[in-house]
Design a protein around this ligand. Sequence first.
Ligand code: 13P
Ligand code: SF4
Length: 299
Amino acid sequence: MMKDNIRDLLKEKHGILLAHNYQPPEIQDVADLCGDSLELSVRAAQTDAEVIVFCGVHFMAETAFILSPDKTVLLPRSDAGCPMADMVTPEALKALLKQLPPMPVVTYVNSTAAVKALSTICCTSANAVEVVESLEAEEVLMVPDQNLANYVADRTKTHIHPWEGYCPIHHSLTPKDVQQAKESHPKAVFLAHPECPREILELADVIASTSGMVRYAGASDSDEFIIGTEVGLLYPLQSQNPEKRFYPASERMVCPDMKKISLEDVARSLETFDGEVKVPEDVRLPALKAVQAMIDLAL
Ligand code: 13P
Ligand code: SF4
């Protein structure tokens, strides 16, 4: 069986398989750890495996390499990217920084290593407010997600300058979608991801990262939940809470990049080391400072 083959290859190559919560069920089932961006980066920094197979998108594998440059980091499909990460380039960021007064740059991990390298500190959806507050700055620039920036702006006194990027999947969720889901499931709790637009977050009962949603649903007394994030999260939610019911806020919330990696891709990558991700040292070191600053906060 393909899954046994992958586990054998992982043993043989001293590898660990990390998967994001949006990955297809068969990938989550074979992984050593599934998690949100923060949990996966912390684990990538801690493992003593020689090979990290990252089932997610390119910026996640890059972050793993930034933290563990002595390891082989594999992204089984090198074309799995994040459209939001590509909405800011180092050149465009440098140009904006020239126009603004000096201020810290808080960069969402959903960004390229070259953009992280120009940043003061990174954040994830699980810790963005606390990261901004830790700086004790009057104003900060948040890159690249305008929705995460607005979410933070509504919860802190710090003045936030948002970059205009967005996740196409979360940004497309409309209040009408949410109203329809609420009408169909009137008893359900509505959970939304901070990458959703402000008008969606205003309708939410709970706002959380993907793993935050899994923890909330497990601990909650409620039996039904409407899930305002990428539909891949329904798999861990449902399998960890078989007695509860989970409904997507919209069936359209599918990230094609998160669905690219197959079990065959994982096996091939482990056999051939095809899809190795590296970052040059002159980019890695400044990017590491920003990622490590976030991890050191231990939020
Ligand atoms: P989290 O799992 O950190 O909430 O991230 C969501 C996401 O969009 C990752 O691409
Ligand atoms: Fe990027 Fe959005 Fe896909 Fe996450 S869900 S990888 S933020 S496009």
